[in-house]
Design a binder for this molecule. Structure first.
Ligand SMILES: [Zn+2]
Length: 219
């Protein structure tokens, strides 16, 4: 019981800090992309982390079956582990983004290490101009520096697929309730989230199609 309460507090703290970060950063850093508001009936599906054995292949199969494209923010050290999966994502025509080499939080490492980690990842992928900070945790100074080279992509719809306290049905309900024109939706391409993602990914895509949304990858 005590552990559950602690987890609930952590969840509330994370949600609030994300909201605060969102509000402050939208004012101070208008270049951060949280949502593409003027895009009618267009949405952006994004998958963070990975590539990961089993999970990435599953996601690619679903996207192929639904004939849509998505954006994959990949982690450099995982690219090194799974070059075939990395190539499969590109061959299938999806967009690749930088998610750093070792998934460091910008709030808990120094800027030099943080920037190097991003460039180390960049060396493993085709030229690209988009970056997503791991955990969405990035300092104002880091934003200032990184935006010289990359468009920093965040999100307005967090699926919470990684949460231990959720269920696939809750993830589905959350995504469908919160998606609107121009939404950027985050799912995870990792083992931790797979039990919540696997049963509902295709259902979510079909439901979004039924609502008339088109899936975009242009940033
Ligand atoms: Zn991540």
């Amino acid at each position: 019981m005590f552990v559950r309460i602690l987890k609930l507090f952590q969840w509330i703290k994370d949600s609030i800090s994300l909201q605060i970060l969102k509000s402050i950063s939208s004012i101070l850093f208008p270049s951060l992309v949280w949502r593409k508001e003027s895009c009618q009936k267009k949405i952006w599906l994004t998958f963070d982390d990975g590539p990961t054995t089993e999970v990435t292949s599953f996601i690619l199969e679903v996207l192929k079956a639904e004939n849509i494209k998505a954006t994959f923010f990949l982690v450099g050290k995982e690219i090194e582990k799974y070059p075939d999966l990395f190539n499969a994502i590109i061959t299938d025509g999806h967009i690749i983004g930088n998610h750093s080499y070792s998934h460091k939080s910008g709030w808990s490492c120094n800027n030099f290490t943080y920037f190097n980690d991003i460039e180390k990842c960049q060396k493993l992928m085709p030229e690209n101009k988009i970056f997503r900070p791991p955990y969405g945790r990035i300092s104002p100074l880091q934003i200032k520096e990184i935006q010289k080279k990359y468009k920093i992509i965040l999100w307005d719809v967090l699926s919470w697929d990684f949460s231990l306290n959720t269920t696939p049905q809750k993830v589905k309900k959350n995504v469908l309730r919160n998606t609107k024109d121009g939404s950027i939706i985050v799912f995870h391409n990792n083992q931790k989230s797979f039990k919540n993602l696997k049963p509902i990914l295709q259902e979510i895509i079909q439901a979004l199609k039924n609502k008339g949304y088109n899936f975009c990858t242009t940033w």
